[in-house]
Design a protein around this ligand. Structure first.
Ligand code: HEM
Length: 134
């Protein structure tokens, strides 16, 4: 049997505004209110993804490490197109402008920790990277 997660994950019976970032969808109450296979990015049954626990841990660590220091802003003029291969990818990449979160702070902060000042000096924003750089 073959299932098409892209369609199921956007089915209006289970998902309102599916393209909106809404973490509350994954509260225990919200999850309990949905049938089991309305969300299955890692497959299920006998061919369940072997790397699921690792993938969740890896994603949390990487997102926390990046998000602690940087704000990622999608280049608004760049077209995002889907490329459905074995996994779904952005056809033309997703270039981002990286804005250092310390950019909001004044350059010379009396009493600022040495490490914060050193970080500012090393990674002065903004910096443009492409999907291939990440
Ligand atoms: C966000 C990350 C990932 C997603 C969304 C994902 C998703 C999937 C999906 C949909 C399948 C097919 C399941 C099926 O046939 O029903 C699969 C299979 C598999 N995945 Fe992942 N995966 C991810 C990361 C990983 C990682 C990090 C590893 C290894 C460290 C891994 C190892 C595997 C293996 C070995 C299979 C084949 C299992 C089998 O056919 O018995 N995956 N994955």
């Amino acid at each position: 049997m073959s299932t098409f997660s892209f369609t199921v994950h956007r089915d209006p019976r289970w998902w309102q505004h599916p393209l909106v970032f809404a973490p509350d969808r994954w509260t225990p109450e919200a999850e309990a209110a949905r049938p089991r296979f309305t969300y299955f990015p890692f497959g299920g049954g006998q061919r369940q993804c072997l790397g699921e626990p690792f993938a969740w841990m890896e994603a949390a660590i990487i997102l926390a490490a990046i998000g602690q220091h940087w704000r990622l802003i999608h280049v608004p003029t760049h077209r995002v197109d889907l490329n459905p291969l074995i996994t779904l990818r952005p056809r033309y990449g997703m270039p981002m402008v990286l804005e250092h979160r310390m950019a909001d702070l004044p350059l010379h902060i009396p009493g600022a920790p040495q490490t914060a000042q050193a970080l500012w000096d090393r990674e002065r924003p903004p910096k443009i990277v492409t999907g291939e750089d990440l």
